[in-house]
Write a protein that binds this ligand. Structure first.
Ligand SMILES: [Zn+2]
Ligand SMILES: [Zn+2]
Length: 258
């Protein structure tokens, strides 16, 4: 069994074909999917999808791109929304300095509010970080000093230093189809180096179709391609990577029934 720990089933790209997407994922051996929230204010729509499929769960959070729009959402509100049985994580929240969406200040405020909610609930936080290694590392260290929390740096594309810092703070690292791209040698080297109990696979679909599907719409079934490349990079079998990443998923996303 494999798990897609990060997809976006509520995006318009999937609207026409959601039953097909989920049944293809099941046929490919994907046992669970977590559809990740990008706007707290759209949780109702996301929950409708999670409630429709037994093996689909969701998170609640504000993507850094939407940080200005949802500035000021307090940890208490996030905590209340996690009471729903299908909400199994916070996020995605964090810092994205690659795109000019969301002021850095609002992104940081949102990031810290989501960390507070993760700490209070014990649920994992899905962290989005892009071109923001230094500030992300600093916030993680400051917040970890206030009290531990659980999290994954999803769709990891940052440097080695931030990844190792995150691992030392007890966090996980998630890999997408970017791992399969030819130019991603440094990322594969990092993926090979991380402890086996801290790695996850995900698609971030509909974006980032891996390997042979590059340029097409991505979907949860293709997480197999990410797992294959991760296995190759680490010099283990696909079966071993499937077993390990699935075990890691259930340890981190502990609200999802095994
Ligand atoms: Zn993201
Ligand atoms: Zn995402």
């Amino acid at each position: 069994m494999l798990v897609d720990s990060h997809c976006h089933l509520d995006f318009p790209d999937f609207a026409e074909d959601l039953d097909g997407i989920v049944s293809r994922a099941r046929a490919a051996g994907i046992g669970r999917m977590v559809t990740i929230s990008t706007r707290v204010r759209k949780l109702t729509q996301l929950l409708a999808i999670a409630e429709r499929f037994d093996d689909v769960y969701c998170s609640v959070g504000t993507h850094p791109h939407n940080a200005d729009e949802e500035d000021g959402i307090a940890p208490d509100e996030l905590i209340a929304l996690t009471q729903h049985p299908k909400v199994v994580a916070l996020g995605e929240a964090g810092l994205d300095y690659f795109y000019d969406n969301g002021s850095p200040e609002a992104q940081a405020r949102g990031f810290r509010a989501h960390i507070a909610a993760a700490r209070a609930t014990g649920l994992p936080l899905v962290i989005h970080t892009r071109e923001a290694d230094e500030d992300c590392g600093r916030i993680l260290e400051e917040e970890a000093a206030r009290g531990s929390f659980r999290a994954v740096l999803h769709c990891y594309t940052g440097g080695r230093e931030l990844a190792l810092k995150a691992v030392s703070l007890g966090l996980y690292i998630g890999f997408t189809g970017i791992l399969t791209f030819k130019k991603s040698e440094a990322l594969r080297a990092l993926a090979a180096e991380l402890p086996p109990d801290r790695i996850l696979v995900e698609t971030d679909s509909p974006y980032l179709a891996p390997g042979k599907f590059r340029g097409k719409r991505n979907e949860p079934a293709y997480v197999v391609e990410v797992a294959k490349v991760l296995a190759e990079a680490r010099g283990v079998s696909l079966e071993e990577i499937s077993r390990q990443t699935t075990e890691n998923f259930f340890r981190l996303f502990s609200k999802v029934p095994a």
